[in-house]
Design a protein around this ligand. Structure first.
Ligand code: SAM
Length: 215
């Protein structure tokens, strides 16, 4: 692609591109992009934010995080990039809360089988409980870092309700200070909580989003 390495363009599925608008970043806000690598959404969030906003991108995987750094360099964008286990907040959280958090959670990836057909062979039903437990821990830990009136956007590339609407229903039952912001959109299907895109809808990957405000 001409000028790709000079940052003229990025390549990202339409469903993944929805995150930047949903997060609705305002001037001077501190953004946490947790589970950020390889950084497709990190870059788009920065491109979509006022220049006074600041972003911390965090991922547990050093190699994948290198891709975040490369993507930011290619697009001439700047963010703090940290390699850490998001759950070990003592090791990396400064104590300054975030006004916006994107949690693009590790998931079954059942929404992106058309691009990664190996998932059909490699993903086992027995993988799901460990994933839902990790997602639930990440949600609880990240919630504690969110400022009052702040917004957490939960995203997966899964089509399984256990990782999506059911996961958020359990979260809402655990957190009295959480209120869902209903996503009013023409894409996807409304669920009890959040919105589900099925693979191929509007030629997008299967994806799930839920937007939660701290009251
Ligand atoms: C769905 S991918 C993120 C995709 C990325 N947000 C993007 O748009 O390019 C999920 C990421 O979660 C990371 N991850 C899994 N467990 C984690 C943990 N405990 N702490 C931080 N990152 C974790 C994985 O390394 C993986 O990069």
């Amino acid at each position: 692609m001409p000028d790709f390495w000079q940052g003229a363009a990025s390549v990202q599925d339409g469903a993944a591109q929805l995150a930047a608008d949903l997060l609705d970043i305002q001037p001077d806000q501190r953004i946490l992009d947790v589970c950020a690598a390889p950084g497709g959404k990190t870059a788009h969030l920065l491109e979509n934010s006022p220049s006074s906003a600041s972003l911390l991108a965090l991922d547990i995987d050093e190699k994948r995080n290198q891709r975040v750094i490369e993507n930011l360099q290619r697009l001439q964008l700047s963010a703090d990039v940290i390699t850490a286990d998001a759950l070990e907040t003592n090791a990396w959280f400064s104590g300054d809360p975030f006004q916006r958090i994107l949690l693009d959670a590790p998931c079954s990836a059942t929404g992106v089988i058309r691009r990664h057909p190996d998932i059909k062979l490699l993903r086992k039903p027995s993988d799901i409980p460990a994933l839902t437990e990790l997602q639930s821990k990440l949600l609880d830990k990240m919630w504690a870092l969110l400022d009052k009136k702040g917004v957490l956007l939960y995203a997966t590339c899964s089509i399984l309700s256990a990782e999506n609407s059911q996961q958020i229903a359990s979260f809402m039952a655990r957190h009295a200070d959480a209120k869902e912001i209903k996503i009013d959109a023409e894409w996807g299907l409304p669920c009890e909580y959040g919105r589900q895109i099925l693979p191929g809808d509007n030629n997008m990957d299967g994806f799930y989003y839920a937007c939660i405000k701290k009251i």
